[in-house]
Design a binder for this molecule. Structure first.
Ligand code: IVH
Length: 678
């Protein structure tokens, strides 16, 4: 391609993007990409001035106004701003200004650069007569009805003395919060969402029906004057904005006036630091020579004033290729699709991965593997794929299909009809879910394995000493003693606690399995209804038989079915009740006497006639609980020889204390316990 053809191609591209952006409110590419094309055309034309034509996009601003709105001719053209992307470009700007003005140091008005839509408001004798968009800079669309719906635009100015003709310009924007709410709502109703708050603001102002605009949370900051007649205003920008604010036309609260280029740089950094906390989107800061006489000396180039510049932040949206979509399995078994991207510099860092949230998002956005996609990274937020650039889609892109088995453990994947997420049903078996599954299994209300804290579980999993809860019962002293923060004594205690935990109840065992939606109450219902594990296994083949249990609806039934029908889970359960491990619970046919139910015992000191563990098992078989420490909830403390601090604490809390003889007595004749007063 020769230079002339290159220039022509760029112009065609830019015109198309202008049309998409300004006329259709539906940009195909991120701003940064557009800026690059524009910049490329500008430099080619600069190097070849003989090729510049009057209809080149560099010679005008924006695109054609929409036909449906009335047209307004701007008496004072609505200009754009030149951009600086680095501190070098900023220094060049300041140097040009100082040289032209022949001064040492310049006073600048400084403001954030809002990311919304530029509008002009015409006030005659203090009343709003019309409002319009920028359009092509000379002719815009009349959108008075829509602008009037924005509460922060005064229909009548405050005060009594204003210029007879007062035209002001500003940026209409949609605050981040309102934007998110709007999109959430639109998505919930299956309606079109906006890719960013700027498009949302533009789209809202382009509504033919002001009733629609009125429902959108829009706001405005005023940042410039247009036509002014018959009336005096201050002679510099900041004073004018303060005056306008008194009349009800608000400017950015971050407006300031500073001297010299170092202060400009400092302002840039300050605002960059505030950016993510601001309630609206900004994409840079704007510096303007403050003094109007000095502005007039500087004058204009075709597209922008020479007395102002926009210092842009690194782009937060960029274009790249979606190379693959992979699945990450979280600790709750949720399968999250993650985009693998061709590396791209966005929001100040190189991004290679971005979240796609879930399958619904992928379908709603219609992203496919191989697509050119817009990637967004704002502040510290996790990078995300905004959407594909359909105009760039080639024929060999591939739709993503959610796998039907877990990429980590191979267990089947389920999706509840009322949920967006897909989940691995591997539960106890899936490496991604192991830590969470084991922690739950060992917890106090489940298998109650004393001494198996989170830190120990983490180490056991990380060192691959265990994979499933069944492996817990195969641990020996030697492997436990090798762990951090685990002495021989605590290792021995843990082995003992594991052994103790094998005596449990059917309900606790079911709860310990960690089936989603099966809490303690549901576990008790299941245990009471099915009585045996065999019966439950059999019933789990169909949701209907499960729903015969009181309080179990279709969602819970489906969860139980998936879990118990998953072969990996069956295998772990069978191991737990096998002869090797022997987790067991009282035979339900002849319900055991539970006279101690609701009581909490604490054992302390050495018992002469029986092992402490034996005492514990006997208490538990009578329905009592044995706790490790004394608290106000403790019912009785059993004190053997050499009882220490637990006994002291029991005394202090006035908790009844039994000796070994009394223990033996109540174990033999549980009802005699009521003779001992609390
Ligand atoms: S001054 C003659 N100040 O940025 C100067 N513009 O890229 C006119 N913008 O069309 C613009 N915040 O839509 C100015 N504080 C600010 C601004 C601002 C956002 C927008 C405005 C303008 C565009 C230029």
């Amino acid at each position: 391609m020769n230079i002339e053809q290159q220039i022509e191609k760029l112009r065609e591209q830019i015109n198309q993007h202008n049309h998409q952006y300004y006329v259709l409110d539906d940009p195909l590419i991120p701003d940064a990409e557009y800026d690059r094309l524009f910049h490329q055309l500008q430099s080619l034309e600069k190097a070849n001035p003989q090729l510049v034509t009057a209809d080149s996009p560099t010679q005008r601003v924006g695109g054609k106004p929409l036909e449906a709105f009335g047209k307004i001719t701007h008496q004072v053209p609505m200009l754009s701003l030149a951009n600086a992307f680095s501190s070098e470009e900023l220094r060049d700007f300041d140097r040009r200004v100082r040289e032209k003005l022949n001064v040492e140091i310049v006073s600048y008005a400084v403001e954030p650069k809002l990311d919304g839509l530029a509008v002009t408001l015409m006030y005659e004798n203090g009343r709003l007569v019309y409002g319009a968009t920028r359009g092509d800079g000379t002719t815009g669309e009349e959108i008075t009805g829509n602008l009037k719906t924005i509460p922060s635009i005064p229909l009548k100015l405050y005060g009594s003395v204003h210029p007879a003709i007062l035209e002001v310009r500003g940026e209409v924007y949609m605050p981040k919060k309102g934007f998110e709410e709007f999109n959430r709502n639109a998505a919930a109703h299956g309606e079109k969402t906006f890719v960013n708050p700027r498009n949302a603001a533009a789209g809202s102002l382009r509504q033919l029906d002001p009733g629609v605009t009125a429902k959108r949370p829009l706001d405005i900051y005023i940042y410039a004057l247009g036509q002014v007649d018959q009336g005096a205003l201050p002679d510099n920008h900041t004073d004018v904005l303060h005056q306008l604010q008194e009349w009800g036309l608000k400017h950015s609260p971050l407006l300031d006036c500073v001297q010299g280029v170092e202060a400009l740089q400092a302002y840039y950094e300050k605002i960059a630091g505030l950016r993510s906390a601001l309630p609206y989107e900004i994409d840079g800061v704007v510096y303007k020579v403050n003094d109007y006489t000095q502005q007039a000396i500087m004058g204009f180039v075709s597209r922008a004033p020479r007395w102002a510049i926009a210092h842009k932040f690194p782009a937060q949206e960029e274009l790249t290729t979606l190379e693959d979509i992979q699945i990450q399995v979280g600790r709750t078994g949720a399968l999250t699709p993650v985009a693998r991207l061709a590396p791209v510099f966005v929001g100040g860092v190189t991004v290679t991965n971005a979240t796609l949230h879930n399958m619904d998002e992928i379908e709603r956005k219609d992203v496919r593997i191989g697509d050119s996609v817009i990637v967004r990274r704002a502040g510290d937020v996790i990078p995300e794929v905004v959407g594909p650039v359909l105009a760039k889609r080639s024929t060999d892109t591939e739709k993503f299909v959610m796998p039907d088995s877990c990429p980590v453990c191979g267990s089947s994947v389920e999706k509840m009809p009322d949920e967006a997420v897909y989940r691995c049903t591997g539960g106890l078996y899936c490496a991604a879910q192991r830590k969470a599954a084991i922690r739950h299994f060992a917890s106090r209300r489940a298998m109650d394995i004393d001494g198996l804290g989170d830190k120990i579980v983490d180490q056991l999993i990380e060192r691959e000493l265990i994979k499933t809860p069944a492996d817990l019962y195969r641990l020996d002293l030697q492997s436990l003693a090798g762990l951090e923060r685990m002495g021989e004594k605590s290792a021995a205690n843990l082995i003992q606690a594991l052994s103790d935990s094998r005596q449990t109840t059917f309900a606790r065992f079911l709860f310990a399995l960690g089936i989603r939606e099966v809490g303690e109450a549901t576990a008790v219902s299941l245990a009471n209804h099915f009585i045996t594990l065999g019966a439950l296994f059999e019933a789990s083949a169909s949701e209907e038989t499960l729903m015969a249990v009181p309080d179990i609806g279709p969602v819970v039934a489906s969860r139980i079915k998936h879990f118990l029908q998953e072969p990996h889970n069956r295998e772990v359960i069978n191991q737990l009740i096998s002869d090797d491990i022997k987790i067991h619970w009282p035979d339900p046919e002849k319900p055991a006497l539970q006279p101690f139910s609701g009581l909490i015992f604490v054992l302390t000191g050495t018992l002469q006639g029986m092992a402490r563990n034996e005492a514990k098992q006997q208490i538990q078989s009578l329905g009592g609980k044995v706790a490790g420490s004394v608290s106000a909830k403790t019912s009785y403390v059993i004190a053997g020889d050499k009882s220490g601090s637990k006994l002291d604490k029991a005394m202090a809390l006035k908790i009844p204390v039994l000796d070994e003889a009394e223990l033996l007595q109540i174990l033999k004749n549980p009802l005699s316990l009521s003779d001992i007063q609390r």
